[in-house]
Design a protein around this ligand. Structure first.
Ligand code: IVH
Length: 671
C-alpha cells in the first residue's frame, strides 16, 4: 500500500473503531457485530505495525495496553479531590437540607446520583485529547495512571469537541467481570479479590497496562473539575454535556425538587441496588444550581453543597445448617455458624462466627433456622437475628458439647470468662493452631507454609512442636500429597531463611499468653536475647514500659516450664537465632535524621504495596513508634485506601497525613 493511502486508511479505521467503540461501550447500542469490530481492529493493528511513523497516542489500539512502567509519577490536582460528608438516615438528610437552606437564598433543588463503589479518578483532556489520568491519592497529590486508564474502553481518548477539561469519575469493575476474574484466580490457586472495588483498585494500581487491559474495567463520570471557555449553570446540565462529549454518565441520576423526593430516591435504591450490574454504596445528593454551590463553598474536607447517603449494611436471609466448633491456639472454643451460601455485600458468605455459647442462647438459634446475615463494616459476616416465625418444627436445638471435639477432654469455663476452653495442653487442635500461628506473617513468616501444609504435616506426624519445623527432611516432605521437588525445595529454603529472624518474631510466634507482636518487640529490644528474658524476674519484667503485671506473670510462668526450657535449647541447637537484631530503642539510636525518629505514627486504611505488619516494622526500624489510635500525641497518620474515622480524627486534630505512596517513597529512600 502506498504510504499516503496507508495513512488515510489508518485514519479512517481509527475513526470508525472509535465510533463503534463509543456506541458499544458507552451507549450500549452496538452498530456492528463483535466479529466485524475485531476484524477492523486487527487490520488497524497490522497497518500501524507496518507504519510506525503514523503512531498516535489516541489510536483505539492503545486500549490493549502499553509497556510496563517502573513506578507511577505523582500528579498534583489542580483542584483538590475532596470527599463527601455522610448521611445515614432521613433525619440526617433533613438536617443537610436545613443547612443548605440556611446558607443560600432562593429555591433549592437537588441532583441525586448513585454512589458508585470504585476508585475516584481525574481525567484531563487538552483540546479534546486525553492527556492525563490520576488517582485521588491524598486528595491533593495522586498518581499518574494514564497508561492504565487508556485501556478502559469507556474512557474516550478523544472528545466530540476540542475542549480543555478536567473531569472526575469513578472507575469500577462490573460485578460480572469480578466474578469471572475471581473464578480464574481460584482455578490458578491465587488469592481472590475481596470485592469489586479492591479488584478495580488493584488493577489500576499495577504497573503493567497490558494486565490492566484484561481486567474489564469501566467508568462513570460524575463531575467537571475544571473547564475552559464554557458556561454551565447546573450540575445536571453539566452531566448532559459530559455525555455529549462522549463520556459514560450514569443515567439513573434524577432531579429532585425537595428533600422528600430525595428521601424517596434513596429508599427506591435501597431496594433496587442489588439488581444493578455494579456495586453502589450510597446516593450522592448535590445542590443542582452551580451558582448556589459556589455561594455555599467548602469546608476543609468536603463541599457544603453535597452529601453522601450511605446505605444500611445489606441484610440477607439464609439457613443455619450447622454449628461447628473450632479450638483456638489458647484452647478457646468458638462456635461458627455454617450457612447455606449467600451473597452479601458482593461476596459469598458460608460461615459466620457466633463468638460464644451465650450468643447462641441470646439469639435463640436452632439448627435449620432461617437467619438474617449482614457484614459488619461490610467485611465480617455476622448473624443478626433469627426469623422464628419461619420455623416449621423441623429445627433442632443446638447443644454445646461438654467435651473437646479434638481431644475429648472436658471443656471448662474459667472464672470470669464467657468462653469455654479446652485446657489440655496436648490437645491436637491447639497444637495445630499454635503451629499455624508460629509460621504466620507477623511471627516467623515462613513463605509457603500456611494452614493447609501445617495440617498435612501435623496429620502425618511430621511436626508436633515448633522445633520440628526446623527438622523437616527433604524425603519426608516428598512423600506428602501435592508436594513436588520444586515446592519441597522452596519450602525448605523458606524455613531455613527464617532461622535468621530477629528475636521478636520468635517471641511472638511462641504464643505466650497476652504477648502480642508489639509486646514481643518491646521485650526483644529490652532483653536482647531469649536467655536473658527467660531469666528475668516478674519485677524486672514489670519494670519494662508497656509490660503490665498480667503479662509479666504469664511470661514468667511460660519460661519456668521445663518443656519450654528444652524447646529453647533445641531451637538454639538447630541454629534458630535467639537474639534481637533490630535497631535499639529510639532514644539510644542514632537516627535523628529519620523522618520517623521519636515520632508516634498511626496506620489506618488498606495498604496495597505492603502489609500493615511490614509497614509497622519499617517505621519502627526507622525509630518511629506505631500506635493504634489517633490522639493529640500522634505525630503522623499513614492513611491507605478507605481510611475511615482515624483519618477524619487526624484531620480534625490537624495531624500530618501521608498516603501509602509517600510512605513507600520515604521508606525506600532509606533502605
Ligand atoms: S461527587 C467533592 N458523585 O464518592 C466530592 N462522588 O466521598 C464530589 N463517588 O471518592 C464527589 N459516585 O469518588 C460524587 N456520583 C458520584 C459518585 C461519587 C462515587 C465517590 C467519589 C468520592 C466519594 C465521595
Amino acid at each position: 500500500m502506498e504510504k499516503q493511502q496507508a495513512e488515510k486508511h489508518i485514519k479512517e479505521l481509527r475513526e470508525r473503531l472509535e465510533e463503534y467503540g463509543h456506541h458499544y461501550y458507552v451507549l450500549d447500542k452496538p452498530l456492528v457485530s463483535d466479529a466485524e469490530y475485531d476484524a477492523l481492529m486487527q487490520e488497524l493493528l497490522k497497518l500501524e505495525e507496518e507504519h510506525p511513523e503514523f503512531f498516535s497516542e489516541d489510536s483505539p489500539t492503545v486500549r490493549v495496553g502499553g509497556e510496563p512502567l517502573p513506578y507511577f509519577e505523582k500528579v498534583e490536582h489542580r483542584i483538590p479531590m475532596l470527599s463527601l460528608g455522610n448521611a445515614f438516615s432521613d433525619t440526617d438528610l433533613r438536617d443537610f437540607d436545613r443547612r443548605v437552606k440556611q446558607l443560600v437564598g432562593g429555591d433549592v433543588s437537588y441532583s441525586c446520583e448513585l454512589k458508585i463503589d470504585g476508585l475516584a479518578v481525574s481525567l484531563t483532556y487538552e483540546n479534546g485529547r486525553f492527556v492525563r489520568g490520576a488517582t485521588r491519592g491524598d486528595g491533593t497529590v495522586g498518581e499518574d495512571i494514564t497508561a492504565n486508564l487508556k485501556t478502559i474502553p469507556t474512557i474516550p481518548l478523544r472528545l466530540s469537541e476540542p475542549v480543555t477539561i478536567e473531569v472526575r469519575g469513578e472507575a469500577y469493575m462490573p460485578k460480572g467481570s469480578f466474578e469471572a476474574l475471581n473464578q480464574v484466580k481460584e482455578q490458578a490457586g491465587e488469592e481472590k479479590f475481596a470485592n469489586p472495588r479492591n479488584a478495580a483498585a488493584g488493577s489500576l494500581r499495577q504497573l503493567n497496562p497490558k494486565l490492566a487491559a484484561k481486567r474489564n474495567l469501566s467508568i462513570f463520570v460524575y463531575a467537571i473539575g475544571h473547564i475552559e471557555g464554557k458556561e454551565i449553570d447546573s450540575h445536571l446540565k453539566g452531566l448532559a454535556y459530559l455525555h455529549e462529549l462522549g463520556f459514560r454518565v450514569n443515567n439513573e441520576s434524577k432531579h429532585c425538587s425537595d428533600i422528600d423526593e430525595v428521601i424517596a430516591y434513596t429508599e427506591e435504591w435501597v431496594e433496587k441496588r442489588a439488581s444493578l450490574p455494579y456495586d453502589i454504596d450510597g446516593i450522592v445528593i448535590k445542590v443542582d444550581r452551580l451558582d448556589q454551590q459556589k455561594e455555599m463553598g467548602f469546608t476543609a474536607k468536603s463541599p457544603r453543597w453535597a452529601t453522601a447517603f450511605k446505605f444500611p449494611a445489606e441484610e440477607v436471609v439464609t439457613k443455619l445448617i450447622d454449628i461447628e466448633l473450632s479450638i483456638g491456639r489458647t484452647g478457646v472454643v468458638t462456635p461458627t455458624a455454617i450457612l447455606s451460601p449467600v451473597t452479601v455485600a458482593g461476596t459469598t458468605v458460608k460461615r459466620a462466627s457466633l463468638h460464644n455459647e451465650d450468643l447462641i442462647r441470646e439469639k435463640d438459634l436452632k439448627l435449620g433456622d432461617s437467619v438474617v446475615i449482614k457484614k459488619a463494616g461490610d467485611i465480617i459476616p455476622e448473624v443478626v437475628n433469627v426469623l422464628a416465625e419461619l420455623r416449621d418444627g423441623s429445627e433442632r436445638d443446638f447443644k454445646m458439647p461438654t467435651h473437646c471435639p479434638a481431644c475429648e477432654s472436658e471443656l471448662v469455663r474459667l472464672e470470669g470468662e464467657v468462653a469455654l476452653r479446652c485446657i489440655n495442653p496436648q490437645c491436637p487442635a491447639q497444637i495445630r493452631e499454635g503451629l499455624i500461628h508460629f509460621v504466620s506473617r507477623n511471627a516467623m513468616n515462613i513463605d509457603g507454609l500456611g494452614e493447609k501444609v501445617i495440617s498435612q504435616l501435623f496429620e502425618h506426624d511430621l511436626v508436633r512442636d515448633v522445633a520440628d519445623i526446623y527438622k523437616l527432611k527433604r524425603d519426608e516432605l516428598l512423600q506428602l500429597e501435592r508436594m513436588g521437588e520444586k515446592s519441597v525445595d522452596n519450602l525448605l529454603e523458606a524455613i531455613e531463611k527464617t532461622k535468621d529472624n530477629s528475636l521478636e518474631r520468635l517471641l511472638f510466634g511462641l504464643g505466650i499468653r497476652f504477648v502480642g507482636a508489639k509486646a514481643a518487640k518491646t521485650l526483644a529490644m529490652e532483653f536482647d536475647t531469649i536467655y536473658k528474658l527467660k531469666d528475668a524476674s516478674e519485677e524486672e519484667l514489670v519494670a519494662v514500659n508497656e509490660i503490665g503485671e498480667k503479662m509479666a506473670a504469664s511470661i514468667h510462668r511460660y519460661f519456668s516450664t521445663q518443656k519450654v526450657v528444652e524447646l529453647i535449647e533445641e531451637l538454639d541447637s538447630l541454629g534458630v537465632n535467639l537474639v534481637y537484631k533490630g535497631p535499639k530503642a529510639p532514644e539510644e539510636s542514632d537516627m535523628t535524621d529519620s523522618p520517623f525518629a521519636g515520632k508516634t505514627v498511626v496506620l489506618t486504611g488498606k495498604l496495597e504495596q505492603m502489609t500493615r505488619g511490614e509497614a509497622k516494622e519499617k517505621i519502627e526500624s526507622l525509630g518511629g513508634k506505631v500506635t493504634g489510635s489517633v490522639s493529640k500525641k500522634t505525630d503522623l497518620v499513614i492513611a491507605g485506601e478507605e481510611a475511615g474515622s482515624k483519618r477524619t480524627k487526624a484531620e480534625e486534630l490537624n495531624i500530618e497525613i501521608w498516603d501509602e505512596a509517600k510512605l513507600v517513597e520515604v521508606v525506600s529512600e532509606r533502605r
